[in-house]
Design a protein around this ligand. Structure first.
Ligand code: ADP
Length: 407
């Protein structure tokens, strides 16, 4: 494929060497700006110029904007003047051809920069035009056919560089879209599964109870209705979690802040957890008393409940210790279990939406929304939630909240 109209046969050995070096550099380029800098460095010894500006056309092909400019030699002192070469760039881009222009400024002061020779080269590859590359020489020499031929090679390589950059961006964009699609697919399949499970139980048990040919004794009816009741609760909890998580994500969940005593709240929560699960051994260690924080009590209790429920689910039979302490201006709550723990590669991901440790997700029901909601709630309270875990030894969740200075 012949990309350039130019002919390498007419290049001098040094120019040929420079062209090959440029093409090598373009092939290896990771970042367009530094590759352009390299190109400028490589051509300087074989091509005379004071300024070089790369103009790129906008997406709608309406405007040309300078996207890269370097001034060397005499032009160094005039670097700020990016408008130089603009007229040449426009003409080059409009006509898709090489343009040479000479501009003589009528200024009394004798300065070589008053006589400008511009060379505009279209930057295009196949049927795509990216813009124009403009070289400027102050005070000459004029561009001879050999110079133009070399400059066309350079413009061809710049086009390749831009083409590569465009491809890389396009690939990244497609990859991001694919990831989003996958996430949405995952979301739909997780949620449908989680919603269908309790719904299946409810439908199954109510259908069974409604069968007229069977008369159920009172105990049986009670047992079935208890299951229906529990599954309906679970459905409600799931829908609440989904709503919470999307409101937290959008930042529209309203918080009702008030000053509360964390020590009192933890006492209540552990009493409630104990009364709900007789076999749940829960210890509360208050290393400090009267710990005032600014919080929405319902939302904060939701965080502690979620972590305690997780301990019941994922560390069954293990005692749980809640410790309250204060350090500097922070209240610190640690909730530890002695369960099987979480492997390090999963620890930070626990707080991501829908993340579940693969091993536990096959044995315990859940959506992976709980800890995501916890982190969002704690962050809304200007706090921090983290997890530490040792496999085979247990897991500790830490919640840090700013203390109220003068309650
Ligand atoms: P869910 O319980 O619905 O899966 P969470 O966001 O509350 O969602 O928890 C995410 C995951 O973190 C759980 O699936 C589980 O694998 C893991 N996990 C949470 N707490 C514990 C714990 N105390 N011990 C072991 N693993 C835990």
């Amino acid at each position: 494929m012949n990309i350039y109209r130019s002919n390498t046969g007419s290049l001098q050995p040094k120019e040929l060497e420079a062209v090959y070096e440029i093409s090598r550099r373009v092939a290896e380029a990771e970042d367009t700006e530094s590759a352009l800098d390299e190109i400028v460095r490589i051509i300087r010894p074989v091509f005379i110029f004071d300024n070089v500006v790369l103009y790129i056309c906008s997406q709608d092909n309406e405007t040309l904007e300078p996207s890269f400019a370097r001034a060397i030699g005499r032009g160094r002192f005039h670097e700020a003047d990016m408008a130089w070469g603009e007229a040449t760039a426009k003409l080059t881009y409009r006509d898709h051809r090489v343009v040479t222009q000479t501009e003589k400024l009528k200024i009394a002061e004798v300065d070589r920069t008053n006589l400008r020779y511009s060379l505009g080269l279209p930057v295009h590859l196949r049927d795509q035009t990216f813009g124009a590359l403009v070289f400027i020489r102050f005070g000459g020499p004029v561009y001879l056919p050999g110079h133009i031929n070399l400059a066309e090679f350079v413009a061809g390589h710049v086009a390749q560089l831009l083409y590569r950059h465009q491809l890389v961006e396009r690939i990244a964009e497609l990859e991001a879209r694919r990831r989003l699609d996958m996430l949405q697919d995952d979301f739909i399949s997780t949620i449908s599964h989680e919603l269908l499970t309790p719904l299946g139980f409810i439908k199954g048990y109510t259908t069974t109870l409604l069968r007229e040919e069977i008369s159920w004794d009172e105990d049986m009816r009670h047992e079935f209705l208890t299951i229906v009741n529990e599954e309906a609760d679970r459905l409600r909890e799931l829908i609440d979690n989904l709503l919470d998580s999307s409101r937290l994500q959008a930042g529209t969940l309203r918080m009702n802040y008030q000053t509360i005593r964390l020590d009192a709240m933890l006492k209540d929560i552990s009493l409630r957890a104990r009364s709900r699960n007789e076999n749940f051994a829960i210890n509360l260690v208050l290393k400090t008393s009267s710990v005032p924080v600014q919080a929405d009590p319902t939302r904060l209790a939701q965080v502690f409940d979620n972590i305690l429920n997780n301990a019941i689910k994922y560390a069954p039979g293990s005692p749980v210790t809640i410790t309250l302490d204060r350090k500097d201006r922070l209240a610190i709550v640690a909730i530890s279990d002695k369960g099987s723990g979480i492997a390090p590669q999963h620890l930070e991901k626990l707080f991501q939406r829908f993340y579940r440790v693969p091993e536990s997700s096959t044995v315990t029901r859940g959506t992976g929304l709980g800890l995501y909601i916890c982190r969002k709630i704690i962050q809304t309270h200007n706090g921090e939630i983290t997890a530490e875990s040792v496999l085979g030894e247990g897991t500790t969740f830490y919640i840090k909240l700013p203390l109220v200075e003068n309650p």
